[in-house]
Design a protein around this ligand. Structure first.
Ligand code: ADE
Ligand code: ZN
Length: 341
């Protein structure tokens, strides 16, 4: 049985955590009230994130959008970035994060939001050492034209910290194939690419790989329902960024009973699985808790959990030198615990 203290101490690399989904409850209440954004029921910090009350992904995303709408100043972005990287990052031994940023719900211009995020990234790194980069996520329920113009905006404001693009919100309302032009634009500009596939059929995974030309899949649990696609992803060592607790609540990763059946099947099949927290406070979790959840369900201890971190180092979009540095740091940490990867 993996304890919370041990899970907390295991180094982590976070490839699937949304900025708008990792705003501490108190901050979410303060910012929405200050901005005059009404969350139904006027919840307080104890009730604003009631994951049991989310009827479905759409209901969860409506709260996520209201938090985005409350971000009206550069400093709001600095604050939430700093809090996300510390409260749900460095405090859980997250060494490095690629932050999913959804600019579309906020009224602020992209460049202003970006400036605030960079402020928060810099402050979090100087206070705690956590490193981070940005993935700009496309709202798949909006039009393809809007997606193309967002990618163009990312290119127009190109900075090294923005390493790639993603695709999120409800897959059923925004299947991946139509977004190929936005992804082609990103590829031409040298941006890395990933996309969510949580509730969709397994062939969306092939669309994401072949038409959006992504190097990672976010969630992707349905892969195990198709042996041919599973084998292809094993052969190509496609990384999957799985989020046990948030997906169990939504029942995408299995039965919703804490067994994380699909994640176990993915690991057993030889797929390259990484573990993260998605929208930690909104689903009542954090990076430690997700390692505990999957460790408990799969009977894993330090070596197998640290192997998820090693997979995330391989899958991340740092350059080869920085990846080698993280790998060495993880190996050194493993030696201090007396385990091997
Ligand atoms: N945006 C933030 N979290 C998400 C999730 N779990 N699924 C889809 N879109 C999201
Ligand atoms: Zn997600």
């Amino acid at each position: 049985m993996i304890t919370e203290a041990v899970a907390q101490s295991i180094p982590k690399v976070s490839l699937h955590c949304h900025l708008l989904g990792s705003v501490p409850a108190e901050t979410a209440v303060q910012l929405t009230r200050r901005s005059g954004i009404a969350i139904p029921g006027d919840p307080d910090a104890h009730t604003v994130y009631d994951s049991a009350a989310y009827e479905d992904l759409g209901e969860f995303l409506s709260v996520y959008d209201l938090i985005g709408a409350a971000l009206q100043h550069r400093d709001d972005y600095r604050r939430i970035t700093y809090e996300s990287l510390t409260v749900f990052g460095s405090e859980h031994t997250v060494w490095y994060r690629e932050i999913f940023v959804s600019p579309q719900p906020s009224p602020l211009p992209y460049a202003t939001a970006l400036a605030g995020i960079l402020d928060g990234m810099r402050d979090a790194q100087s206070d705690t050492g956590i490193e981070s980069r940005i993935i700009v996520a496309i709202h798949r329920e909006h039009t393809v034209a809007e997606a193309v113009s967002l990618v163009q905006e990312v290119i127009d404001h190109r900075i090294d910290e923005v390493v790639g693009i993603g695709l999120d919100y409800q897959e059923i309302l925004g299947p991946p194939a139509p977004f190929a032009p936005a992804y082609a634009l990103a590829e031409q500009a040298g941006l890395h690419r990933t996309a969510h596939s949580e509730s969709g059929p397994p062939d969306h995974i092939e669309v994401i790989l072949d038409q959006l030309r992504c190097s990672r899949i976010d969630h992707g649990y349905h892969v195990v329902t198709d042996p041919a696609i599973t084998q292809r992803c094993v052969d190509e060592q496609v990384p999957f960024t799985c989020t046990p607790v948030s997906s169990d609540i939504g029942r995408y990763s299995g039965s919703g009973d804490g067994s994380h059946r699909r994640i176990a099947q993915m690991v057993d099949a030889g797929l390259k699985v990484c573990i993260d927290s998605d929208d930690p406070p909104m689903f009542g979790t954090d990076p430690t808790n997700d390692y505990v959840a999957v460790g408990t369900a799969l009977g894993y201890h330090i070596p197998q959990l640290a192997a998820f971190t090693a997979n995330a180092i391989d899958a991340c979009w740092l350059d080869d030198t920085d990846k080698a540095r993280l790998r060495q740091r993880l190996t050194t940490w493993m030696q201090t615990t007396g385990s091997d990867l």
